[in-house]
Design a protein around this ligand. Structure first.
Ligand SMILES: [Zn+2]
Length: 161
């Protein structure tokens, strides 16, 4: 039996005999799934932070957020994607303030989960409905029934003020 190793990304120990893994660096191991999402996170950070991007800093952030901030790799990628490609899709990100990593992510965690929850609700509302049901044949207007996003009270973990 191989001795347990620590995932390069999420920081969890695992048994190489029991889970799918890869070895991204010599003598370093990672869950296959973690490596998949880490790759996406790195590509996004590289694109958006450009010359400020520091690979080691992003890796450090990834591990910290998984171990200390309650993220798993899938959610972490979701939050990174939300920040770069949904919330700030049309805005310039001041990469000089990033420190080369993705330190912003824990600060937008609550906002990201609220966004996700709203997305899920919308999807459920629209299950079984077809686009033609929403189209006014004369006006060609599409009326989707989107619920307002409610902020849960008392759940503001990240007060930026
Ligand atoms: Zn992992």
């Amino acid at each position: 039996m191989a001795p347990p190793v620590k995932c390069l990304y999420c920081g969890q120990q695992f048994d190489r005999d029991k889970v799918e893994y890869i070895s991204p660096q010599y003598h370093r191991y990672a869950h296959k799934e973690c490596a998949f999402y880490a790759d996406k996170i790195h590509k996004a950070a590289q694109e958006k932070l450009n010359k400020y991007y520091i690979k080691g800093k992003v890796n450090k952030d990834i591990q910290k957020f998984c171990l200390e901030d309650g993220f798993d790799m899938k959610n972490l990628w979701g939050a990174v994607h939300y920040w770069f490609y949904i919330k700030n899709i049309d805005k310039e990100i001041d990469a000089s303030r990033s420190g080369g990593g993705i330190g912003i992510i824990p600060w937008i965690k609550q906002e990201y989960f609220e966004h996700e929850a709203a997305q899920r609700r919308n999807k459920q509302l629209n299950v079984g409905k077809h686009i033609k049901d929403f189209v006014n044949q004369n006006e060609r207007e599409v009326n989707f029934n989107l619920p307002p996003i409610k902020k849960p009270r008392g759940m503001n973990f990240f007060n930026l003020k």
